[in-house]
Design a protein around this ligand. Structure first.
Ligand SMILES: [Mg+2]
Length: 191
């Protein structure tokens, strides 16, 4: 089986990680509940920042957001390791900018995700992801972002939304936690 995964806010909890770094940088103690209520991907509104300030903050902190100790979601590493061990093909497709791709691959590997040669795709725009995903002829693809999910409707693969507050308006199959993955795929962890 061939499975593709977005990384940020699909496999790893990047927005919440960024939220904590924003609080530290700004010297604020905004409650995480504020961010969890946002139904958009950018987090600056939780800090009372306007879009331009938010963009600047993200840019200043991006290296740290990406390459410090952002946690994977529970069971994500374990589930993907199990699939890899069973011989399934795991692909990563991330729209992080080209300049961050090499380090992202290193980070992903260090975080314990199984990354095989030739199965890491990075640096395309959100709108270009569909071409990579189609060419890979995946059986399953998982992503959190409405702008990406919206482009995938015509593909002959099973597309799942990684549940987030900002994608609940989408009507498509969704996964809430990576502990559900193997049963969703009808795979025994013991195979
Ligand atoms: Mg994402």
């Amino acid at each position: 089986m061939k499975l593709g995964f977005d990384i940020d806010d699909t496999l790893i909890n990047l927005r919440e990680h960024a939220f904590h770094l924003y609080n530290r940088r700004l010297g604020t103690q905004v409650d995480i509940a504020r961010m969890r209520e946002l139904n958009c991907i950018p987090i600056h509104e939780a800090f009372g920042l306007i879009a331009e300030e938010g963009k600047r903050m993200w840019g200043e902190l991006r290296e740290e957001i990406y390459f410090s100790d952002c946690p994977a979601y529970p069971d994500a590493v374990e589930a993907l390791q199990t699939l890899d061990r069973q011989g399934h093909e795991i692909y990563y497709i991330t729209a992080r900018a080209q300049g961050h791709c090499d380090k992202t691959l290193e980070w992903l590997t260090a975080a314990g995700f199984p990354v095989r040669p030739g199965r890491f795709f990075c640096g395309m725009g959100d709108a270009e992801k569909v071409h990579v995903i189609r060419d890979l002829a995946l059986d399953y693809y998982f992503d959190d972002k409405p702008a990406v999910i919206d482009t995938l409707a015509a593909l002959a693969m099973k597309v799942y939304i990684r549940d987030q507050p900002y994608n609940r308006h989408l009507d498509a199959p969704r996964i809430h936690s990576w502990g559900e993955l193997l049963s969703l795929l009808n795979i025994s962890p013991l195979e």
